[in-house]
Design a binder for this molecule. Structure first.
Ligand SMILES: Nc1nc2c(ncn2[C@@H]2O[C@H](COP(=O)(O)OP(=O)(O)OP(=O)(O)O)[C@@H](O)[C@H]2O)c(=O)[nH]1
Ligand SMILES: [Mg+2]
Length: 719
C-alpha cells in the first residue's frame, strides 16, 4: 500500500520502532515517562499519538505513545506499525472483569490490522501492580492464561507474541527497565538473524555516482541541442502559449511554461499549490482550445512535483551564481543547465512508484512520494521559538502587523491604531520587568512606524495584474505582502526615522509620553519607489521568502499580543451565540473558543477527560477537516493546558481548581492566536498533502509535545 511506504520514509528507517497500545488510562504514558525520564510524570490523557525518541544501549529507538482518537481513522495503524515494529500492549490490573473483556476486544481489533500491516513482536504487559487496588497474583496468573489464549486465536505465533510474566508498574518503575532490556535483547537477536537475508521489498531505484554523472552529461547535451534549436524568444513563447498556437508541446515547453508561471507567481506571493492551480487552469484552457495538440490530462501531484523541481532548480541557480537579482524569463536555459535532471522526463520515478503516481488520489490531490522524500522536504529544525526581543526591526514589524490588520479586517483604522498603541505599551512594560534590554515604550516612535508603513502600503501600485508579459515589480496585494518585501521596496530599516527626526527629539522623554511631530521633515502620505534597484531588491526578497521558507518564525510577542486583542474580542462576540458550542468551525477564534469550552470548561481536576476530548474531536469545517490539522490544534491546546497545569502545581499544590478565563488562558499562551502556527511544525508539502488529511502525520519541523524532554519539565513558559 502506497500510504504505508510514504509513511516509512517520513519516519526514517534507522531507528527501532516501538508502539505502545492499550485501553485508555492503562498507564502507557506513565510507563513511557518512567522509561525515558526515570520518573512517573503526571500525564493527561493522550490524544492522537506522539513520537518520542530515546536511546538505549547506544541504539536509537522511536517510541509511539498512543491515545484516544487514533483508532477511529482508517489506515491509522499503518502509520504507526510496520513489519519492524515491536508492540507493547498494556492491561490495567486495577480494573474489573468488564474492562478485561473490553481490553481483549481491543486486542482483537488491533490484531486484525496488525496482521495486515505486519509487526515484529507483541507483548502483553500487566501494569499498575503496585496499586492496592491491583488484582491478586493468582488473578493475574489467570488473566495471563486468558490473554495467552486470545493471542493464540488471533496470531498463533508463540515467538513473536507473548505475555510478560513479571510484575510491572509504570508508577514505581518496577519491571520497566526489565521490559526494555528484554525488548532490546529480542530485537538485537532478530536483527542479527535477519541481517544477511534481508532483501528490501520495494527497492528504491538507486544510481551510482558514475551513472548519475553520465546521465547528467547526456541530459546537458540534450538541453544544449534543444536550446540551440529553440530560437523563440520567451515573450513570444508565452504569447503563443496563451493563444494556444505553439507548434509542439514537449517536455521542454512544459518546463518553460512552468518556469514562467513560477517566476510570475512568486512576484504575486503565491505558493507552489497556487502555482499548480494556475498551471492546471492553463492546461484545461489549452485542451479546450486545441484538443489535438494539448492532450495531457490534469494531474495534480505530477504538476506539483515538477513545480517543486523547478523551484529547487531556481534556488540552485541563485545559490550557484550568487546573483542578487531576480531571474528573468531569459534565464530558463541557464537554469536548466544548472539542473540537467529537469530534462529527465522520468525523474518522478525516483520518488514515486508507478502505482502510487497513477492512483486516482494522486491525480486529484497532492500526494506525498512513497519512495523517498522530494528534496527540500522534511528537515527537522531545532531553532528556538521566541526570543526576538533584541530585534532592531521590532517596531517596524509591529507597525506592519497593525497596518495589515486594518486592511484585512475592515476594522476602523483609528480604533485599531489606538488599541495597537495601548497594547504595545502594556506589552513593553511587561517585557521590561524581566528583560531590561527592551527599549522603553515611546508613543512617538510607535506611531511614526505605523504612519510610515501605512504610507508605504498606500503607495503600492494598484496591482497591474498583467498576465501576458514579464513583470519587473512585485505584484502582491497589499494585504498579503511580506514585511521583508515591503521594507526592501521602500527602503525601510531601523534607521529610516533619521530622515524625519533628530536624535534629540526621537529619544526625548516627552516623545515617549505623547506623539511629537517630526522636526526634520514631515512624514509623507505616499512614498514613491524611485529606483530600479529598490524594485529589484524587493523582487529578490520576495523570491527568498518564497523559496527559502525553511525556518518560519513566531511573530514577536508584541505582534501576538496585538492579535490576541482581536481574538478575544471575536470570542466575546461569539460567546453568547449558539455558534459558540457548534462544532462546525467558522474562524480561528471560533476554534479557540470551542476548544476552550470543551477542553478547559469541560474538564475535571484541571485535565480534560475522555468526553471532553471526544467533543473536541467533533470539530468540522474547512480548517479542521484534515485529520492532521484537527489533531494538531487539539494537541497544541492540550500541551498548553498541561503546561498551565504543571506550573500551577509547581507554584502551589493546593491552589483551587478554579477554571482559567478564556482571556487569561490566551494571554498566557499567545502562540495559540497565530493562525500560521502549523508552519513552524510542518513543511507545507506535508501539511497540505492528501496523506495528512487522512491520518495524523507527525510534524517534520519540530515536535509538538516536548514535555517528556529532560530538563523541559520545569521550563514551562512557552513565551
Ligand atoms: N497505581 C498506578 N497508577 C498508575 C500507573 N501507571 C499509570 N497510573 C495512573 O493511571 C492513570 C492513567 O495513566 P496514563 O499514563 O495517563 O495512562 P494512558 O494509558 O497513557 O492513558 P491514555 O493516554 O488516556 O490512553 C494516571 O492517573 C496514572 O497516574 C501505575 O503503574 N500504578
Ligand atoms: Mg497516555
Amino acid at each position: 500500500m502506497a500510504l504505508q511506504s510514504v509513511i516509512k520514509w517520513l519516519r526514517g528507517y534507522s531507528e527501532r520502532q516501538v508502539l505502545i497500545l492499550g485501553e485508555a488510562a492503562s498507564g502507557k504514558t506513565t510507563f513511557l515517562s518512567q522509561l525515558i525520564l526515570g520518573q512517573a510524570v503526571d500525564a493527561f490523557p493522550t490524544i492522537g499519538h506522539y513520537l518520542e525518541s530515546f536511546e538505549y544501549k547506544c541504539h536509537p529507538y522511536m517510541i509511539w505513545d498512543t491515545g484516544m482518537g487514533c483508532f477511529r481513522y482508517p489506515n491509522w495503524l499503518a502509520y504507526v506499525c510496520s513489519p519492524d515494529t515491536s508492540v507493547l500492549f498494556f492491561h490495567d490490573c486495577t480494573m474489573d472483569e468488564e474492562y478485561t473483556q473490553e481490553s481483549l476486544d481491543l486486542l482483537s481489533i488491533i490484531g486484525k490490522e496488525m496482521l495486515k500491516v505486519g509487526y515484529r513482536s507483541l507483548w502483553i504487559i500487566f501494569n499498575k501492580q503496585d496499586s492496592q487496588d491491583s488484582l491478586s497474583a493468582q488473578d493475574i496468573d489467570h488473566l495471563r492464561l486468558v490473554y495467552g489464549k486470545r493471542l493464540k486465536e488471533i496470531f498463533d505465533d508463540s515467538v513473536k507474541c507473548k505475555v510478560i510474566d513479571y510484575p510491572v508498574s509504570g508508577k514505581t518503575g518496577e519491571g520497566v527497565k526489565q521490559v526494555m532490556e528484554d525488548l532490546h535483547a529480542f530485537i538485537t537477536s532478530i536483527e542479527q538473524d535477519h541481517h544477511q537475508q534481508q532483501i528490501p521489498k520495494h527497492p528504491v531505484p538507486k544510481q551510482s555516482q558514475k551513472e548519475e554523472a553520465s546521465d547528467d552529461h547526456n541530459l546537458k547535451v540534450r538541453i544544449e541541442k534543444e536550446g540551440s534549436e529553440d530560437n523563440m524568444d520567451p515573450r513570444q513563447f508565452w504569447h503563443s502559449f496563451l493563444s494556444a498556437d505553439l507548434t509542439g508541446w514537449d517536455h521542454r515547453s512544459h518546463l518553460k511554461s512552468g518556469f514562467i508561471i513560477t517566476l510570475e507567481s512568486i512576484k504575486e506571493g503565491k505558493n507552489v499549490f497556487d502555482m499548480a492551480e494556475t498551471f492546471l487552469g492553463h492546461i484545461r484552457r489549452l485542451r479546450t482550445m486545441k484538443p489535438d495538440l494539448f492532450r495531457n490530462t490534469e494531474h495534480r501531484t505530477m504538476t506539483i512535483f515538477w513545480l517543486l523541481q523547478l523551484q529547487n532548480a531556481i534556488l540552485k541557480y541563485k545559490l550557484h551564481t550568487g546573483k542578487e537579482k531576480f531571474p528573468s524569463w531569459n534565464d530558463f536555459q541557464q537554469v536548466l543547465l544548472y539542473t540537467p535532471s529537469l530534462m529527465n522526463t522520468g525523474l518522478w520515478r525516483l520518488y514515486y512508484s508507478k502505482e502510487h503516481m497513477f492512483s486516482e488520489t494522486a491525480r486529484e490531490s497532492w500526494s506525498l512520494p512513497d519512495l523517498r522524500p522530494v528534496p527540500g522536504l522534511s528537515s527537522l529544525n531545532h531553532d528556538s521559538l521566541p526570543g526576538q526581543i533584541s530585534n532592531p526591526d521590532r517596531l517596524l514589524q509591529y507597525a506592519f502587523a497593525v497596518v495589515q490588520y486594518t486592511l484585512t479586517s475592515g476594522a476602523r483604522r483609528g480604533q485599531v491604531v489606538k488599541e495597537a498603541l495601548d497594547s504595545l505599551k502594556m506589552t513593553t512594560i511587561r517585557l521590561r520587568t524581566t528583560n531590561s534590554s527592551v527599549p522603553p515604550y515611546s508613543e512617538t516612535q510607535a506611531y511614526f512606524w505605523i504612519q510610515v508603513v501605512h504610507a508605504a502600503i498606500q503607495s503600492l501600485e494598484a496591482a497591474p495584474g498583467s498576465s501576458t508579459s514579464e513583470r519587473s515589480i512585485v505584484d502582491v496585494p497589499a494585504s498579503r505582502i511580506s514585511s521583508a518585501t515591503l521594507s526592501a521596496l521602500f527602503e525601510l530599516n531601523s534607521s529610516t526615522w533619521k530622515r524625519y527626526y533628530s536624535e534629540k527629539v526621537w529619544n526625548s522623554i516627552s516623545a515617549r509620553m505623547a506623539f511629537v511631530q517630526p522636526d526634520l521633515k514631515p512624514v509623507p502620505n505616499v512614498i514613491t519607489i524611485s529606483s530600479q534597484s529598490q524594485k529589484q531588491a524587493a523582487l529578490f526578497k520576495q523570491m527568498e521568502t518564497a523559496l527559502l521558507q525553511n525556518s518560519p518564525k513566531l511573530p514577536t510577542i508584541e505582534c501576538l499580543s496585538f492579535q490576541a486583542i482581536w481574538a478575544i474580542q471575536d470570542v466575546q462576540a461569539l460567546a453568547g451565540s449558539p455558534m459558540a458550542d457548534s462544532p462546525s468551525i467558522s474562524t480561528h477564534s471560533h476554534m479557540l473558543l470551542y476548544l476552550y469550552r470543551k477542553l478547559i470548561m469541560g474538564s475535571e481536576n484541571g485535565l480534560p477527560g475522555k468526553t471532553a476530548l471526544e467533543q473536541a474531536e467533533k470539530m468540522t469545517g474547512p480548517r479542521v477537516d484534515s485529520v492532521t490539522h484537527k489533531m494538531f490544534w487539539i494537541q497544541i491546546f492540550l500541551t498548553a493546558i498541561a503546561r498551565a497545569e504543571a506550573s500551577r502545581k509547581i507554584a502551589d499544590k493546593e491552589t483551587s481548581m478554579e477554571k482559567v478565563r478564556f482571556e487569561t488562558f490566551i494571554r498566557s499562551n499567545l502562540h495559540l492566536v497565530y493562525e500560521d502556527l502549523p508552519s513552524l511544525y510542518y513543511t507545507p508539502e506535508i501539511w497540505q498533502s492528501q496523506e495528512a488529511s487522512e491520518i495524523m502525520i507527525s510534524p517534520d519541523r519540530r515536535r509538538i509535545n516536548e514535555f517528556l524532554d529532560k530538563g523541559k519539565l520545569e521550563e514551562l513558559v512557552f513565551i
